[in-house]
Design a protein around this ligand. Structure first.
Ligand code: FEO
Length: 401
């Protein structure tokens, strides 16, 4: 049975949610599921904005048929050719023989690569700034390459000031009937998933996101309709500020993420002692994570949020504790930069992890390593505790300096 909602009198949400998928992109845990949004505009012509993932294809096709109410579908706008949004194109091509497909040159290359579809006779190939009139609505296409793939474009509808933003401004998380940001408590219920989505999926492309934000700043936008997560019709400046900050790799908070690996609890003890000492000194929003049991996508989100990181690990096989390596690799891959970092190493007979952590950080931009490095021999003792407090003082000084 169909399940749709109205965005405006002539624009409908025809997407859906998948609460069964464990790993988005077969990589990222999504315990709250994920929504795949698509939108249908009814005017003199009808236009569908993207499709959805194969997992909810049946629901989507019912939704489209219901909103069309027997009318033909005139246009499919393809803003993004990643399969979580384009998996139902062939089904639409077969159902609506008169339907034109609207995309850019790269869109149709990718369509052919993924599905072997040669639709040259039905393709409307658009360039930056081209418009498509539907009646009282007019769609204008703006390219947003690498937000998150090279073919991505966003579509603006001027009469109702709607921005169909592709992956931009999306979030992990299923939509539970409340599809609008003002129907949920976004800061407490959604922000963590939105941050984890942005930083891991699009985080590498900060400069491209900045370019897209600059382009969008020229548009008068009332509602943002992303391909994942809630639709934004209030508090747009709050959302745009988050994206601006994330894409400039600026921390959201002056706070500390203490990320530790610990074989027998001794390095964990140091992490907890430091966290309490920082809290006693007035630092708020501290996060302590065990890298062995926390998915790296969460560690990345923490690192984007916080101004300061403390990496605490045992020396293992004369190197860095393996569970920390994934995080360091992702930090480099995503281009995270400009953080202040404290180091804690542990080693019963030959602690060398801090030297190797520092070498990894040297390969990133703008990482400042604080002194002293804390060296623990097996378990915290008075000497290491003194170093830990010196590190706390250095963190506080860098926050206030
Ligand atoms: Fe939601 Fe880049 O696809």
């Amino acid at each position: 049975m169909y399940c749709t909602r109205k965005i405006t009198d002539s624009v409908y949400w025809v997407g859906g949610s998948d609460r069964r998928l464990a790993l988005f992109e077969n990589l990222f845990p999504i315990p709250r599921g994920v929504a795949y949004n698509a939108y249908l505009i009814l005017d003199e012509k009808t236009a569908l904005m993207d499709t959805v993932d194969a997992s909810i294809g049946a629901q989507f096709l019912q939704n489209v048929a219901h909103v069309l109410g027997g009318r033909p579908l005139d246009y499919l706008i393809i803003d993004h050719m990643e399969p979580d949004h384009c998996a139902n194109i062939e089904a639409l091509v077969l159902r609506f023989p008169q339907m034109k497909l609207v995309g850019n040159a790269k869109t149709f290359t990718f369509l052919s690569q993924f599905y072997g579809l040669d639709l040259a006779d039905r393709a409307v190939v658009v360039k930056e700034g081209d418009s498509l009139p539907l009646g009282s609505h007019t769609l204008t296409f703006h390219f947003a390459p690498m937000v998150h793939w090279p073919e991505v474009m966003v579509t603006y509808e001027a009469s109702e000031k709607l921005l169909f933003s592709a992956d931009a401004f999306g979030s992990f998380g299923a939509l539970d009937g409340n599809i609008f940001n003002d129907e949920v408590d976004f800061p407490s219920q959604w922000l963590d998933d939105a941050r984890r989505y942005y930083t891991n999926i699009v985080g590498k492309y900060g400069p491209q996101v900045q370019a897209a934000l600059k382009k969008l700043s020229a548009l008068d936008i009332r509602t943002i309709c992303p391909l994942h997560g809630p639709i934004w019709r209030t508090d747009l400046p709050w959302l745009l500020e988050k994206y601006d900050r994330w894409s400039r790799y600026e921390p959201e908070e002056t706070s500390v993420a203490i990320l530790y690996g610990s074989m027998y609890g001794d390095t964990e003890n140091a992490a907890n002692v430091l966290a309490c000492a920082l809290a006693d000194a007035g630092v708020k929003g501290i996060t302590v994570r065990d890298v062995s049991v926390t998915h790296v996508s969460q560690l990345i989100a923490d690192a984007f949020r916080c101004s300061h990181l403390v990496l605490a690990v045992p020396t293992y096989n004369n190197g860095i504790y393996p569970a920390m390596l994934d995080f360091l690799h992702d930090m480099k891959a995503l281009g995270l930069r400009d953080r202040t970092v404290g180091l804690i190493e542990n080693g019963t007979w030959g602690p060398t992890a801090a030297k190797q952590l520092r070498a990894q950080l040297d390969e990133m931009k703008g990482m400042t390593v604080l002194e002293p490095v804390v060296t623990i021999k097996s378990a915290l003792n008075e000497g290491a505790l003194e170093q830990l407090h010196q590190l706390k003082d250095a963190i506080l000084a860098s926050m206030h300096g």
